[in-house]
Write a protein that binds this ligand. Structure first.
Ligand SMILES: C[S@@+](CC[C@H](N)C(=O)[O-])C[C@H]1O[C@@H](n2cnc3c(N)ncnc32)[C@H](O)[C@@H]1O
Length: 151
């Protein structure tokens, strides 16, 4: 089997020291501000990033509690497959968060919408772009769980 090795391009400073502090569950709002500190030698790679309002941040669950292929998320009382959830207990512990870019100061990106623990390593940053028609989006078991809660 192939394996891959990556090193961080950045580290995130967030208000969250422990997983219990990160908002969870249906309707949890991710409005916390944080700072992405990009490695200084990578600064040329940040050219023109200011023009984008939102970014994809791809990061590592470096304090992952292990793997669970089928489990219960905080948003539902019914279990689901890991690839149908955003659980940290993944075979490859990779996280993906969309953040709002507030401003850039050199290699420092000030962002809103972090849900990572303080000090989390970042593997990549990309501009947030989507061409998916919102009318075509389906939210699977999440929509069903929300409907059950409201009933
Ligand atoms: C449900 S996951 C979603 C993360 C990301 N938005 C995603 O979809 O991949 C968010 C949870 O991961 C956990 N978490 C955040 N940073 C972590 C880290 N560095 N290591 C392990 N767990 C982390 C916290 O408990 C947080 O509530």
């Amino acid at each position: 089997m192939d394996s891959f090795s990556f090193t961080p391009v950045a580290f995130v400073r967030t208000p969250y020291a422990a997983t219990a502090e990160v908002p969870k569950g249906c309707g949890a709002a991710h409005v916390a501000e944080g700072v992405i500190e990009v490695l200084s030698e990578l600064e040329p790679g940040l050219a023109d990033i200011e023009g984008f309002s939102h970014l994809f941040v791809i990061w590592v669950f470096d304090r992952s509690p292990g793997v669970e292929l089928y489990g219960t998320a905080p948003t539902d009382d019914r279990p689901h497959g890991v690839f149908a959830t955003r659980s940290p207990k993944r075979p490859n512990p990779i996280g993906l968060t969309v953040v709002e870019l507030l401003r850039r100061e050199g290699t420092t990106l000030h962002v809103r919408g972090v849900d990572m623990l303080d000090g989390t390593p970042v593997l990549d940053i990309k501009p947030y772009l989507t061409s998916v028609d919102p009318q075509k989006l389906r939210r699977g078991w999440l929509a069903e769980a929300e409907a059950r809660r409201q009933a």
